[in-house]
Design a protein around this ligand. Structure first.
Ligand SMILES: [Zn+2]
Length: 265
């Protein structure tokens, strides 16, 4: 392990509801996570006098990569990411099990976490997890390319990591995700408490897309498909018994998509 003091993590809102995370280590050396838009990131870097040394890309969706060219033109730096993102500026392709050190910032490990997309990567450093659109605070990404089995496996692996971990996600979706969580598990007091806490933060304009993994396990339905109360609720939604965890997860994801559809009517 390198001996960098715990980094400071800055949250930069970009586009309509995306976040770019800046991991500031020693001597202002900084790692950028995702690059959906360059302008606000460049502004934040300049305002704080940061020295960007690398960017980590989680997946190929435009709202995570389309600012990369402008960002690296302004600040030339190494860009880590999946093979599918070479064409948008990734120069150091990484995948499952890779490890690398970014001087003055820290050691990083890469996990392949398919489900939202096939190429999705999650980056771990110290007690922090940058999980893009795989795990959301109180939710999970839609299954655009992957299967329910892949996403459940990815989420199980993240939830199974040891330590007092904090997750940093790609979008400000917590309010909507919790609305569904409370609908699916109306008697869960931790969800009710989190609804109040997130509402208070949002009314102050604060981001809520980072949280402890411990809180996620208590309140995120997509990490709770084996919890009897939620399992029964999923069975009630489907109108049938479900013996298989992957099936339960797939139905839960359908239920959330239905719920979001109804919410927009
Ligand atoms: Zn995405």
């Amino acid at each position: 392990m390198s001996t960098v003091t715990a980094p400071t993590i800055h949250c930069i809102p970009v586009l309509s509801d995306n976040y770019v995370w800046l991991i500031e280590g020693d001597d202002r050396a900084t790692v950028v996570v995702d690059a959906g838009e360059a302008g606000p990131v460049i502004e934040a870097i300049e305002a704080r006098g940061l020295k960007p040394v690398a960017t980590l890309i989680t997946h190929h969706h435009g709202d995570h990569v389309q600012g990369l060219a402008e960002l690296t033109q302004r600040f030339p730096m190494t860009v880590y990411g999946p093979d599918s993102c070479r064409r948008v500026g990734v120069d150091t392709v990484v995948g499952e099990g890779d490890r690398f050190t970014i001087p003055d910032v820290g050691d990083f490990a890469v996990m392949a976490t398919p489900g939202h997309t096939q190429d999705h990567l999650t980056y771990l450093s110290g007690q922090t997890i940058f999980c893009g659109d795989t795990l959301f605070t109180a939710g999970c990404g839609r299954l655009f390319e992957g299967t329910a089995a892949q996403m459940l496996h990815s989420l199980d692996r993240l939830a199974g990591l040891a330590g007092d971990l904090t997750v940093y996600c790609g979008h400000e979706y917590t309010t909507d995700s919790l609305r569904f969580a409370a609908h699916a598990e109306p008697d869960n007091p931790d969800i009710a408490a989190r609804v109040r806490e997130v509402a208070a933060k949002r009314s102050n304009g604060e981001p809520t897309a980072s949280a402890s993994m411990d809180l996620e396990k208590l309140t995120n339905p997509f990490l709770r498909v084996r919890v009897p109360a939620l399992r029964e609720a999923i069975e009630a939604y489907v109108g049938d018994r479900i013996d298989d965890d992957i099936d339960a997860f797939a139905q839960l994801r359908h239920w959330k998509d239905d719920f979001d559809g109804l919410a927009r009517l």
